[in-house]
Ligand binder design. Structure first.
Ligand SMILES: Cc1cc2nc3c(=O)[nH]c(=O)nc-3n(C[C@H](O)[C@H](O)[C@H](O)COP(=O)(O)O)c2cc1C
Length: 190
């Protein structure tokens, strides 16, 4: 898949087929994060792959899903992620770590999508619980989690009118409003 198709086609996916992702592919995703741009090349990020079923179940309990969908929603038992990549930031290494995370996470999600693997970045997470489950030392900040799996839902972009809130239609398709290009783009000055 070419880069353009991957960039425009990727959407957050929150329902997954229960088919395992090969560990070599999960490692390749972290390798893609490893080569992302890094402010001052300080490289403060580390990653934990979680693909053990029991650990995945425990991590799932630390995640909050699709906050705009009401009533409160989460993937049901047979549609949960089959793997996670937990993004860690080694403390006091870089003032640019949040930017590094964004770039690394996008590399992971774009590469995953280009191989047919769906993903969702999650920042609304119980960090204390994840630290305990995965034995993460206190020198690391738990930044976010990327949920992964083969997609079992469809999500499409809509032109944003009034609201940023995504919605699900009656057939289960997710619709994600994005601001118009004309609204965000300024050429040769504001
Ligand atoms: C920093 C960050 C944190 C996010 N946290 C969550 C989260 O906790 N739970 C969730 O379901 N989605 C989360 N998302 C996914 C966003 O809701 C999603 O990217 C947004 O609605 C746009 O949809 P798209 O990814 O399909 O373009 C997060 C995304 C980012 C970039």
């Amino acid at each position: 898949m070419d880069a353009e198709k991957a960039i425009f086609g990727r959407r957050s996916i929150r329902r997954f087929k229960q088919i395992p992702i090969p560990i070599e592919f999960l490692k390749k995703l972290v390798d893609a994060a490893r080569v992302a741009p890094s402010g001052a090349n300080l490289q403060p990020l580390e990653y934990i792959i979680v693909n053990d079923k029991e650990l995945c179940d425990r991590i799932f309990s630390a995640l909050r899903w699709a906050g705009y969908i009401k009533p409160e929603w989460r993937p049901s038992e047979g549609e949960r992620p089959t793997a996670y990549i937990v993004i860690l930031v080694k403390k006091d290494v870089s003032p640019f770590s949040d930017i590094d995370v964004g770039l690394a996470a996008e590399n992971i999600m774009i590469l995953a999508y280009s191989y047919g693997v769906g993903s969702c970045m999650l920042g609304n997470i119980d960090r204390d619980l994840i630290r305990e489950i995965l034995n993460i030392p206190l020198e690391y900040h738990i930044h976010s989690v990327i949920a992964l799996g083969f997609p079992a839902e469809k999500s499409v972009v809509e032109q944003m009118e009034r609201s940023v809130k995504y919605w699900r239609d009656e057939s289960g398709v997710m619709h994600v409003p994005k601001r118009k290009l004309e609204e965000i783009l300024h050429i040769n000055g504001f």
